[in-house]
Design a protein around this ligand. Structure first.
Ligand code: HEC
Length: 161
């Protein structure tokens, strides 16, 4: 039941994407789309945010924009795991079967990363660099719910390369 409720809650936030994505693509295309998002999360969004969080940049407005970009990408990412798009159909995917057997926990991990990123974005919008710095470790920790972080690492929901 909890699983269903949480799936519905998520579906509510991403309904537009779900409708467009779920079976409009083959399993290989869907896996490629989610890999592309993950592959570029750091370079497209979090790298610039990390520069502000580490005090190497003062571009708070830029960090706020990158945070919303990351959130949009993550909302889309959440829709790219239709059943039957694991290794049984796409041998190269690093998505583990646990994604489908423990779906509520997986979806919660995505939502946590979205929430922590949103909190960072709000701090940046408010011009509060100290709050951005304090929020950054929580964002990094949220990546760790699914995998170790480094590119080749594995983890609860991702096969090691
Ligand atoms: C909800 C779970 C989840 C969270 C949270 C998450 N990832 Fe991922 N990540 C995955 C999965 C699953 C894959 C493998 C996707 C596939 O192969 O289909 C992956 C793959 C990757 C990859 C390798 C790309 C590839 O080619 O497979 C990188 C790099 C990455 N993630 C970075 C990050 C960073 C940085 C964060 C935090 C900002 C993050 N991830 C948060 C689940 C997650």
């Amino acid at each position: 039941m909890i699983r269903i409720v949480s799936a519905l809650a998520l579906a509510g936030t991403v309904a537009a994407f779900s409708a467009a994505m779920s079976w409009a693509q083959t399993p290989a295309e869907v896996a490629k789309a989610r890999e592309d998002i993950m592959e570029h999360l750091w370079s497209n969004y979090y790298r610039d945010i990390s520069q502000v969080a580490r005090g190497n940049s003062t571009d708070l407005a830029g960090a706020a924009t990158k945070a919303s970009g990351a959130i949009d990408a993550l909302k889309k990412f959440a829709t790219l795991f239709p059943p039957g798009s694991g290794r049984e159909a796409v041998p190269t995917t690093r998505a583990k079967p646990e994604i489908w057997t423990q779906r509520a926990e997986f979806d919660k991990a995505t939502q946590t990363l979205i929430a922590e990123t949103a909190a960072l974005g709000d701090a940046a919008k408010g011009g509060n660099v100290e709050a951005v710095k304090a929020q950054w470790p929580k964002v990094a920790e949220a990546c760790g719910a699914c995998h170790g972080g480094p590119k080749k690492s594995g983890g609860k929901f991702r096969f090691e390369e």
